[in-house]
Design a protein around this ligand. Structure first.
Ligand code: ASP
Length: 322
């Protein structure tokens, strides 16, 4: 009798386990296309920790780095469309890269959107030993060190790189970009004084700014950050209009069952409504999207619109792959 019951149970779970009803039945991998300890990694880990409570399975963060994030996105995109591999990315990896690298895939056609994630303004930061004390002084210093000044990035097409190119164009200067596998290692080098500046995601630099290990000049937003109200905006600091917000998102390989996408989406929505998660994100200077922006359809529409807006601009800037 017991054997029979067990056999029946196994058959039932076996059949149901193959479908979306019981999803997830094993750990889920989020492919983060940048180095561990960086801003993308941090956001993915905060979410994964909380999504585990909703979905009952743990989340594995896989850092697949290189080529501005395009290697990691490719790895996620080629995985089975079963909801067990998720692609984490942002304006750089999921939009800019397609205008820079000769990719074997199409970001808009080969991925299904899951959810838009919190966004982050950038912050202009420098090594502490650099003499400039304000954004104006920094620009003067950069002008005096034209072509020699080094700017750390997470690779061509990453957020820090697009923001750096944008700054170059605004002030009519050239920097020497130094690509890393993420802004975590770039920040380590900035603290050590090995490179001069980073136009970094605020969430990445925040801790080092607070402890005084690097100097912050301006936030690329219209308003100051609640998490660091002492840093002026670019408009206040003398570079009006240098606005850039790096939005993040989650995608799955094309053809992932709709109800699986719904479960993942609901788990993120629940995570973003959790006061403890909200607090952690706000402390990092991250802004949570409005509820109506948190549907897969909203990310799909946003992704298309951002591609239409940025591809011509990035192609015109003639950014070279790493
Ligand atoms: N988000 C990247 C990282 O986590 C940095 C970037 O895009 O600039 O390292």
């Amino acid at each position: 009798m017991r054997t029979l019951l067990l056999a029946a149970l196994l058959t039932v779970t076996g059949v149901a386990g193959a479908g979306a009803q019981t999803y997830p039945t094993k750990p889920i991998t989020i492919v983060v296309p940048f180095a561990a300890g960086g801003p993308s990694d941090a956001l993915a880990r905060i979410l994964g920790d909380r999504m585990k409570t909703t979905l009952g399975q743990s989340f594995i963060i896989e850092n697949v780095t290189g080529a501005g994030g395009s290697i990691g996105v490719g790895r996620a995109l080629r995985a089975a469309p079963d909801g067990y591999t998720i692609s984490f990315g942002h304006l750089g990896t999921h939009v800019a890269n397609q205008a820079i690298y000769p990719l074997q895939y199409d970001m808009l056609a080969d991925l299904d959107p899951v959810v838009l994630l919190p966004s982050n303004p950038m912050v202009v930061v420098s090594r502490n030993t650099l003499p400039a004390k304000s954004l104006q002084e920094l620009i003067t210093w950069l002008r005096a060190n034209q072509g020699k000044a080094t700017a750390g990035t997470a690779g061509a097409g990453s957020g820090s790189h697009i923001a750096g190119v944008y700054l170059q164009n605004l002030i009519g200067l050239q920097f020497q970009f130094v690509p890393y596998r993420g802004t975590a290692p770039a920040l380590t080098d900035l603290v050590a004084g090995q490179i001069d500046i980073i136009v970094d995601q605020a969430s990445n630099s925040m801790q080092q700014i607070r402890t005084g290990n690097i100097r912050a000049y301006a936030i690329t937003d219209r308003k100051r950050l609640a998490a660091a109200p002492e840093i002026p905006t670019v408009d206040e600091a003398g570079l009006p209009g240098f606005h850039m917000t790096l939005w993040n998102g989650l995608w799955v390989p094309k053809g992932t069952p709709k109800d699986v996408v719904s479960k993942l989406n609901a788990a993120v929505v629940e995570a973003l409504a959790d006061p403890a998660v909200k607090q952690r994100l706000t402390d990092l200077g991250l802004e949570i999207p409005e509820r109506d922006q948190l549907t897969p359809e909203a990310l799909g529409a946003w992704h298309k619109a951002e591609a239409a807006k940025w591809w011509p601009v990035i192609k015109a800037a003639n950014v070279k792959p790493e």
